[in-house]
Design a protein around this ligand. Structure first.
Ligand code: SF4
Length: 311
């Protein structure tokens, strides 16, 4: 049985929604993370592993998305062997710029969607960068919009340990606000946060399940990058970094618990640029991890949502 018969995968979601293959093209604002500047940043974060490199200068803010698409989309289209017909989602993946001017952002998003083949935009952000004015603008854009929020865990102690500098009650308020504005929300979760056991992780899944506004999850296996404070944390206990077997077991439990309608848009931290900077990365390649996950789900007869208390 194929993985997408057991899991509500992102590929299946996009095919059903758009009737064709759709690819994300990563776009950067090239803005420094405000949380890093003010509070030292998250202990796991190594910006060079996820920031998009682009030759486009950022003086002309309104055109920042369009011009990066102009540079990157042909490479994506060639890479997947499809021509100009390939549909795209413009993925603003490294957080909103500091001191975001909402009307200017709106103009920039609309200009981005002038690029041929763009079907919508994805905006990734911390919850503390989101306010009502921004959500109101996002909800009125004449294109498909998706908002990705870094949740990581529903446990305050874990948010504190990771130095997220966010309060879970503020996160709940942002989710409620997103619900009021009918925003399509995806959340990032880190699986394997220090001191979290299986029951803690499943409580975070229950938290996600309890918010109908959450339509997607991105699951990240904890990745310990050299030079981060997380690497310092593990320096004398490397054997405690969760390995692939442990992660596959947890994934099985998570998938069984997760609401059936939630789209799983990532199953592994699969960052090619970052892999050689990680301590104890999973060996092998994503294709093999997926095939082991498939086998595990098959053996355990796991389907997404079979143990979900929310129907
Ligand atoms: S994970 Fe995001 S919020 Fe945290 S330091 Fe990195 S860029 Fe900033």
């Amino acid at each position: 049985m194929r993985l997408e018969e057991r899991i509500n995968t992102y590929g299946r979601y996009l095919r059903n929604k758009y009737g064709c293959r759709v690819f994300r093209v990563g776009i950067t604002f090239r803005a420094a993370c405000a949380h890093r500047l003010s509070s030292g940043g998250c202990i796991f974060c190594l910006p060079e592993t996820f920031m998009v490199s682009s030759i486009v200068d950022d003086e002309d803010f309104i055109n920042i998305g369009y011009r990066q698409l102009h540079e990157l989309a042909p490479k994506v289209r060639n890479g997947v062997g499809e021509g100009d017909g390939l549909s795209l989602l413009a993925y603003f993946q490294d957080g909103l710029p500091n001191d975001t001017d909402v009307p200017e952002l709106e103009r920039m998003f609309i200009r981005t969607t002038d690029y041929p083949g763009v079907r919508g935009i994805i905006v990734s952000s911390r919850c503390d960068s989101i306010d009502e004015v921004f959500l109101s603008m996002l909800s009125k854009l004449p294109i498909d919009t998706y908002l990705e929020l870094g949740l990581q865990s529903s446990h305050q102690s874990s948010l504190d340990l990771l130095n997220r500098h966010e309060n879970i009650n503020d996160i709940k308020s942002v989710l409620d606000l997103c619900s009021d504005y009918g925003i399509h929300v995806g959340v990032h979760l880190i699986i394997g946060i220090p001191n979290e056991n299986e029951s803690d992780i499943l409580q975070t899944i229950d938290f996600v399940n309890s918010y109908p506004v959450i339509k997607e999850v991105k699951l990240h296996n904890l990745t310990v990058y050299k030079g981060t404070r997380l690497a310092d944390y593990y320096s004398d206990k490397l054997d405690e970094i969760p390995d692939l077997d442990c992660y596959l077991h947890l994934l099985g439990r998570i998938i069984a618990r997760l609401r059936k309608d939630i789209v799983v848009s990532r199953l592994f931290t699969s960052n090619v640029r970052g892999n050689n900077r990680a301590i104890k990365p999973f060996l092998g390649v994503k294709r093999n991890w997926l095939s082991r996950l498939s086998k595990h789900l098959e053996e355990q007869q796991i389907f997404q949502g079979i143990n979900c208390p929310v129907r």
